[in-house]
Design a protein around this ligand. Structure first.
Ligand code: BTN
Length: 336
């Protein structure tokens, strides 16, 4: 249920002209006093709202916030009701998984301004400070076998690249499998978690968890990530980007992914190949992902039709197709 304050904020963002108190109270189905109280709260939260006796209210400035009202302004009204926005949570994936268990429908979205226990791939943590990033989980119910999860995560990385282009007009790249890069630095990670029907082996629910570094500064990253991670802001001269627009663009692109799955395979494969910069590079793979086992060196050749990475290891005449996992790519993430 979206609050009066959030619904009025969406109205204000969408309107380039003053909205009278009367028309607002009619549209929202609440009293004029309720509209006044929403205005007062929004002002306290940092929104600039001009009020003029005969004309009503006009939004004059807006902070970079993640709220249902901010995001709702860029989505169809009916879409917002399945979007839960939280100020802080341990992990949006865990929260969304819980909703899935309780029967939430496909398309359910959980977004938080901050995560205290953000999860990364391979048991790592994902740094999720408040006020700078997008931490979003999307519930999909694809009724597909688990062997296709990796493919869906590749589609999700395409959705992220498209959303950033749609929203900010900026280009990104993909490092196989699903790291999204800007200027060869990681700005987004994706963690998909599935719950599987034991008997049939099909996916009951799939949580696509996406973390995007939007407005972080260099000092926000831990020392060990300095050669790897960056933010959209850092890569664009410190400019601050509005996160709610990108969150909405992401939801639209994930909705398109869900309605295109699996029939739009050819389109997503073509897009993935055009974004992915791993082929034609020297790579290293490790038996254990901690990187403490001996590296196998080789050449990344291509992305196969099922989104696997075709690799030729040094000293071998044959090629190997990696379906999932991680590879180090020479020239990326400090690997020389
Ligand atoms: C990685 O690159 O290791 C994947 C990081 C995925 C982070 C996102 S943030 C939203 C969602 N909630 C989590 O706890 N993790 C994912």
């Amino acid at each position: 249920m979206t609050s009066v304050k959030d619904r009025f904020l969406s109205m204000l963002i969408k309107s380039s002209d003053y909205i009278s108190g009367e028309s607002a109270s009619k549209a929202l189905g609440v009293s004029r006093a309720a509209v006044n109280s929403a205005v007062m709260t929004l002002r306290k939260e940092g929104y600039g709202i001009d009020s003029s006796t005969n004309r009503g209210y006009l939004l004059t400035s807006r902070p970079d916030r993640i709220s249902q009202g901010d995001i709702g302004a860029f989505l169809p009204d009916e879409r917002v009701s399945d979007v839960t926005v939280l100020p802080v949570v341990d992990s949006t994936n865990t929260y969304c998984k819980d909703l899935a268990r309780k029967g939430a429908p496909e398309g359910t979205v959980v977004i938080s301004d901050c995560q205290t226990g953000g999860k990364g791939r391979r048991g790592r943590s994902f740094s999720s400070p408040a006020g700078v990033g997008i931490y979003l989980s999307y519930l999909m119910r694809p009724s597909t076998g688990i062997d296709r999860i990796s493919e869906i995560t590749c589609w999700a990385s395409v959705a992220v690249c498209k959303a950033i282009k749609d929203c900010y007009g900026l280009d990104t790249q993909i490092k196989w499998v699903n790291d999204v890069l800007m200027n060869r630095m990681k700005i987004c990670g994706i963690l998909t978690e599935a719950s599987v029907e034991a008997e049939s082996g099909t996916i009951d629910s799939l949580i696509i968890g996406i973390g995007i570094n939007v407005n972080e500064k260099r000092s926000d990253f831990a020392e060990e990530l300095k050669d790897i991670a960056s933010s959209i802001s850092i890569e664009n001269g410190g400019k601050i980007f509005m996160r709610s627009e990108l969150a909405a663009a992401l939801i639209k692109n994930l909705d398109a992914l869900v309605s295109g799955w699996p029939d739009h395979h050819a389109d997503y494969l073509e897009a993935y190949r055009s974004f992915c910069i791993t082929p034609n590079n020297r790579i290293a793979t490790y038996a254990t992902m901690a990187g403490d086992s001996e590296a196998r060196m080789g050449e990344a050749l291509s992305i196969t039709d099922d989104f696997s990475l075709e690799v030729r290891y040094d000293g071998s005449d044959e090629t190997t197709c990696l379906k999932s996992g991680e590879v180090s790519v020479r020239g990326l993430y400090g690997y020389t």
